[in-house]
Design a protein. Sequence first.
Length: 169
Amino acid sequence: MRQVLLLNATYEPLTTLSLHRAVVLVLREKADVVHRDGRGAVFRSASRTLDVPSVIRLRRYVRIPYRSRIPLTRTALMRRDDYRCAYCGQRAETIDHVIPRSRGGPHTWENCVASCTSCNHRKADRMLEELGWTLSVVPVVPRGVHWRLIGAHSVGDPLWAPYLAESAA
């Protein structure tokens, strides 16, 4: 389904939402269209014509509570590791704990990496030193406001780039 970038009243990116939800916000006059669809598509009804939005902005400011640590989710972890196995570099399908949970390893950003099925199976509940393996990158906690927009950088509309660039800084 088509996604639309939602901006706060201050032009800060909040999230992406479905085209249907974006149109409802615009029709209820809770948001304004900042950029319309690049193809020039429009919605028509008996009494109204509306440009299909690509970016919308809320009319009222919405306060976002400060979150000091980004929650660890499968989607966020795969996005952080660019869907690549931390051991061999192939396409990752699973999550692996560097220090296995069976040996007291925590379920945290610093201990979890994306892994392909074969590497995850071969590693099992062993430590990297036991196998002679090394990590290609050190797992870290992602930082920045743009992590609310999981996937927005890879599937987003080119019109979103100026808003996402400002939020990443």
